[in-house]
Structure formats: C-alpha cells, structure tokens
Design a protein around this ligand. Sequence first.
Ligand code: GLY
Ligand code: MN
Ligand code: MN
Length: 446
Amino acid sequence: MLEHQDEHYEHLARMWDDALEQAELDAAWIVAGEATLFFRDDQGPHFKANAMLGQWVPPEYTNPGTRLLVRRGRKAKLYLPRQADYWHSVAPVPDQLASFLDIEVFATLSELADATTGALPPGTRCALLGAEMPADHGSNEQQVAHNPAGLLNYLDFHRAQKTAFELQMMRNASDVGVKGHLAAAEAFRQGQSEFDIHMAYLAASQQSELDLPYGNIVGLNEHAGILHYQHQDRHRPKQHRSLLIDAGGGYAGYASDITRSYSAEGEAHSRFNALLNAMQQHQDKLLHTIRPGLSFADLHDTMHQQLAELLVDQQLVTCSAAHAYEQGITRAFCPHGLGHLLGLQVHDVGGHLGDPHGTAAPPAEHYPTLRFTREIQPDYVFTIEPGIYFMPYFLGRLRQDKAPIQWTHVDELTPYGGIRIEDNVRVLDQGIENLTRDAFARVEAL
Ligand code: GLY
Ligand code: MN
Ligand code: MN
C-alpha cells in the first residue's frame, strides 16, 4: 500500500457519503466514457477517462466502459470490462486496490451492462456521472439523474483540497515535468529548434505525447507571445532570443503545469533579461502573499497592480502605474488569469464555485479569462503564472488608442514574444509548499 493511500480512500468515502446525502441520493455511477472516433473515420482521439473516476482509480487501470458504483455507507465497487482485444492492450486489474474497492471484471461490455441492472434495488435514487448516459445502463426502475448539478457542485468544490496521497502524486507529477524542463533549457542553450526542444522534453520526462497532461507549448522568439502556441517549428531560427516552454507531467492521473521562460545571454538582450528578472521578482512577491482566507480574485487584481508598477519601472509606459492599471493597459500585456486549480485536470473543476452548494463566483467582467476566483484554503493546489506578452493583436489596439506606451522599448521587446513563469503551489496554514521549485531542487540534486 502506498503512503497515505488508506486515508485517501477514507476521505473519498466520507466525502461521497456527504455529497450523496446533501444531494438526496443513495448512489452514483461514475462512468469512464467510451472511445470515440473522428467523423467518418476509424481513428479517434486518445481515450481519456472521466477525471472523476481518476480520484478512485488511476487511468492506467481504466478501460473504456469502466464504471464505479458509489453507495452511501458501502464500499465502492469497480465494474471493469476486460474484453479480449487483439488490436489493443487491455488495462490490468488494479488488484492492489482490492482493500479499498470491490472489483468485478467482465469479459464483455454487454455483460457489464447487464450487471448494472440488478446492482441497485428498485426505488434507489441514483446519479449517473459522465459525458454520456450509456444507452445500455440498466435502470431496474431506479430514478436516474444524469449529472445532477447539486452532486457535481459539491464534489467539484471539494476537489480543490488535496489529500496527502494526492499531494504526493502531484509532487511526482512535478518531478516528471521538471526533468523535461531541465532538458528543454539545455536544448535552448544549444540553439535547437522548437521541435528538438519538444523532443528533448519528452525524452527526459519519459513521456510520449499521449502521456502529457496537455500539449506542450514551446515558443521561440515571437512564438513566446502566443499563449497556447500549438506548433513545433522544425527549423532553427537564425537567432535564439527567447524561449517560453509551458509543459507538464502526468503521474497516476494527476498533472503538473509548469512554465519557464529563458533569454539569450549578452548585452544585446539586456532589456529582455532585465524584464525577465523583474517578472521573477513579480512572481516571488505574489507567491509570498498567499495565505488561507485570501481571495484568488483579489490576488489576480494584485497581479495587475504589480504589473502596472513593473511597466513603469521597465519604462514600457509613459504614464503612472495607477493610470496603466485603471485604463486596463496591463490587461493588454497579460490577458490571461493569474492561475487556476490543478489536479486531475490541468484546469481543474470548481474554480468559479463560491461554496459546495453551487453559488457562482464568476470573475469580474473585466477579467473574463480568470479561471479561479475562490477563497484560498489549506491544501488547495493551483498555479501562479504571471505573464507579460508583446502580442501584435493587443499592441495594434494600444497604438490605435494612442495609449501612453514607450514604443521604442516595446518594439525592442516584441521580437522576444513574452514571458510566463508558472509554479504549482499547495497552500499551508502559513505560506505555501512550492511543488514546482521543490521539484527543481530535487531533480537538480540527482
Ligand atoms: N498550460 C496551460 C496553462 O498554463 O493554463
Ligand atoms: Mn496553467
Ligand atoms: Mn501552463
């Protein structure tokens, strides 16, 4: 048994009991989902199981069609299909979880579907959680609610707070990502292409594209200014000015989400280097502010106030910091949110929930891209990812609006694209555990 695993399952059992009770339900089926195909094709996206199941069973033990039955006061039961398949490998049975889950293996999906029919007595109030309501799911005169909001809100809200076991999975996911990041930094210093940097990342982190929690973002020079740049250029550019790499690691279904920005060395790059240092200090300041009870929406606003000062210090605007903040100039330099919840999904669920009962906590109208607005609590894990970008899209608007920009400096920085520095943090009673920086320290010491 892994460390803290028993507490993790005790926590899950308690939480689901409470969730079902407050939703006035007796049971819930978590449905992994089915493999899908592209339109008129026999190819499809890589199967990814419903993340709700991942909290109970790591994805490497989940075949399409898997279901988990959770009942109040009972041991959860895994319905695992293991159809003979000579095209694909079939996931193994997670025997090591037998003390936490009842596990029944089915030779065919239809046998599994039949077993769902008699699984619950008539009159059971039951939810089915998953993208689709399986057509073959036996009802046995139960009242089945598909994805009831009350249950989902409760579970989503509480998923922010990680168990000791989950935290360890996330430390491991951080180590995976950091191994890739160190290799990517070296590939940048050697003047390699985006594609080569991407491949160096994969090899060092021992991940294939299918293992990645999200597609690698590897941007050299101007490409560092495209937030989710999705290509990897095969050609080495004439000059390496900057690299932004946003790439994560997966471990037992949990993700890390890490960004590092690098500058070429030398006097010619001194303005960008100075900006990079200032951005690191900016991130440090934000990290030091984190404490339980703080609203993440307020911290995001603090980011914009600090960014306004940075724009003044780096002589990128000709106005005051107050003016740059109030006129929304900072939003043209950083149009994304300060961070988001992280866990089984990279942008984890529940970021806009004010409480477990579904009270909405949407971001302010002028911060529409902010994914996390909640009050911070111990053991929440989220990202802190301030950025500054020189995007033609926004610079064009600023020019048109005759905004108070120091254009000579901004024009000098535009070929560098931008900077983002992203760490994953766990909130402590006082301060934080920085999963990302700890992982860099651990892996660099190997
Ligand atoms: N990797 C996507 C993000 O940082 O949110
Ligand atoms: Mn992120
Ligand atoms: Mn990221």
